[in-house]
Design a protein around this ligand. Structure first.
Ligand code: NAD
Length: 305
């Protein structure tokens, strides 16, 4: 029999779980035995307004025999994040995993982007992760166990026209993942990210004729695995959509070495093709791994180049 992912007895907070991908996460986690804190402010795609989206998902979970409670806290504030974590602890007495999924869009080119367009998007996606994870972290550390799943995007990792605010926030989450994965590993806390593609109100009219194939449930299966005890991955970015799951990674090449005397800008110009070659890249496990690579290239303590 193949291995089975289970969240029996686990408590999971899912931000932005009132719609789309987050809703699918919540339903799947609950179906696998988790008690789920379904968090959603219930606003529109640009973050304005509010509705009873979280309560509706809780009702769906309970109707299916699962366990869930709603939270309408906004992750865009530190107080909202603290209240959300408090809701998990007060209701279920523990917290095992956080899936930070809440998101809004304020798409504009940089020339047309207001300060508010920048801050609103950074506050939900990037600062929102800090708002939830800072109060969650001591609980995870104290029990020596935790799973964190951050929601990045190809927009931040590869670029997308008109999404400077969103792309920066989504790439920032990868920086957060890289560091928390190192800080958490010795405490049993594993931190990973997904870069999803799914048919939701956020991607309305964007996925063309294959829209029906991009059921958010495809994404939920991966997030549920990453939130489970069975997951032993750490510091990975999984790209998932339409049934395909892949890995996105950041690599670095040995590059070009101009010798111990500082190169001139002309030397750099002359070497630019070699500098940008992709051969022999490595995928470092930390910033320290890149230092080891540099030492190797320079013929330092890690061995000759
Ligand atoms: P969605 O709009 O259906 O869901 C986002 C949810 O976040 C909404 O229910 C919204 O009310 C909630 N939310 C917004 N601000 C909040 C706040 N301050 N506090 C709490 N909840 C808040 O969109 P979705 O497509 O399901 O997106 C889910 C996540 O996946 C987002 O982070 C999004 O950026 C990311 N993503 C989605 C796609 C895709 O193809 N749909 C692609 C890349 C990344």
């Amino acid at each position: 029999m193949s291995a089975r992912v289970t969240l029996d007895g686990r408590v999971v907070v899912v931000t932005g779980a009132g719609n789309g991908i987050g809703r699918a996460h919540a339903l799947t986690l609950a179906a696998r035995g988790a008690s789920v804190v379904v968090n959603d402010l219930g606003g529109t795609v640009d973050g304005s307004g509010s509705s009873g989206a979280a309560q509706q998902v809780v009702a769906e979970i309970r109707a299916a025999g699962g366990t869930a409670v709603a939270s309408t806290d906004s992750v865009a504030t530190a107080a909202g994040g603290a209240d959300l974590v408090g809701r998990a602890i007060d209701t279920y007495g523990r917290l095992d995993a956080v899936i930070h999924n809440a998101g809004i869009l304020r798409d504009r080119t940089l020339a047309k982007m207001s300060d508010e367009d920048v801050s609103a998007v950074l506050d939900v996606h990037l600062a929102g992760a800090f708002h939830v994870l800072r109060p969650a972290w001591p609980h995870l550390v104290a029990q020596g166990y935790g799973r964190i799943v951050l929601t990045s995007s190809s927009s931040g990792l590869f670029g997308n026209f008109g999404q400077a605010n969103y792309g920066a926030a989504k790439a920032g989450l990868i920086g957060l993942m890289n560091v928390l994965a190192l800080e958490g590993a010795r405490r049993g806390i594993l931190v990973n990210a997904i870069a999803p593609t799914a048919a939701t109100r956020m991607t309305e009219n964007l996925l063309g004729e294959l829209t029906d194939r991009f059921d958010p449930q495809h994404v939920a299966a991966v997030a549920t695995f990453l939130a489970s005890e069975q997951c032993q991955l750490n510091r990975h970015i999984l790209t998932v959509g339409g049934g395909r799951v892949g890995r996105i990674f950041l690599g670095v090449t040995p590059g070009w070495y101009g010798g111990p005397t500082p190169a001139s800008p002309d030397d750099v110009l002359g070497a630019v093709d070699e500098i940008c070659r992709l051969d022999d890249f490595i995928v470092p496990d930390s910033g320290a791994d890149e230092v080891t690579l540099i030492q190797r290239v320079l013929g330092g303590p890690s061995g000759p180049s």
